[in-house]
Design a protein. Structure first.
Length: 250
């Protein structure tokens, strides 16, 4: 699918991987709408890119549907990057894993992705096929924690594993409507999730990556998202973007 001229919606697009994706798609000529809870950052980025912004809480399906509607008729690209992390063991000296944070992580990471997936797909059903015979592309964001969750990543790994699990059935559901679905599973990336760590901790994480031995750049995620949009044979796939990293238990 051509990026130039396409309408694109990025949930969680005000910072990190989402902001990089907004930049990449806008540079490719897409009409971009950034959806995010952070109105200050989102508005500033939209102004910089000559794009649109709408405030959106991905845990609210109505707000996600409104964001899809705000993107305008003919939405062809949807990317979901909104997510949070959480660290807590299944059980420990303080008792079992707390229920509320587990639900919150699933609500934002997994249900937030589902809300965009369903709403964007429904909108794309109305599209006429482009010259390549396509009506839309949806890109979701998982994590290598879906496959190698570390100690304390019960909630996070469950949420990202759910996104991985949705990818193939969604692609199969939508294949007859000429809509593709893929998921990117990043490794260790230089995003706001890691920004609060001390420099020594960030350097130690980067050293775990076989090659290149550094944290991934958000622009590299954005590049892969754009390649998924442009390559019609990428469908129903979860693509690891991790520099050959396989996470140890801790």
């Amino acid at each position: 699918m051509l990026i130039e001229g396409a309408r694109a919606l990025i949930c969680g697009g005000a910072s990190g991987l989402g902001a990089a994706t907004a930049r990449r798609l806008r540079a490719g000529g897409a009409h971009v709408l950034i959806a995010d809870l952070d109105a200050e950052r989102g508005t500033a980025l939209a102004r910089e890119l000559n794009a649109g912004f709408t405030r959106c809480d991905v845990t609210d399906p109505g707000q996600v549907e409104a964001a899809v509607a705000a993107a305008g008729s003919g939405l062809r690209i949807a990317v979901t990057c909104a997510g949070i992390g959480w660290a807590e063991r299944t059980a420990g000296k303080d008792g079992p894993h707390r229920v509320e944070p587990f639900h919150k992580v699933l609500e934002i990471n997994l249900l937030g992705s589902f809300h965009l997936l369903r709403a964007a797909a429904a909108a794309m059903l109305a599209n006429e096929p482009d010259d390549g015979g396509e009506c839309g592309v949806i890109v979701m964001t998982a994590s290598i924690a879906a496959f190698e969750g570390q100690i304390g990543q019960l909630a996070y790994s469950a949420s990202k594993g759910g996104i991985v699990g949705m990818t193939l059935p969604a692609a199969r559901d939508l294949a007859s409507s000429r809509i593709r679905v893929c998921t990117i599973a990043p490794g260790l990336f230089d995003t706001p999730l890691l920004a609060g760590l001390p420099d020594e901790a960030r350097a130690a994480l980067a050293a775990k990556v076989p090659h290149p031995a550094r944290l991934g750049a958000p622009a590299e995620y954005a590049s892969l998202a754009a390649q998924i949009v442009e390559n019609p044979m990428l469908n129903g796939e979860v693509v690891r973007l991790d520099g050959a990293l396989r996470m140890p238990p801790r």
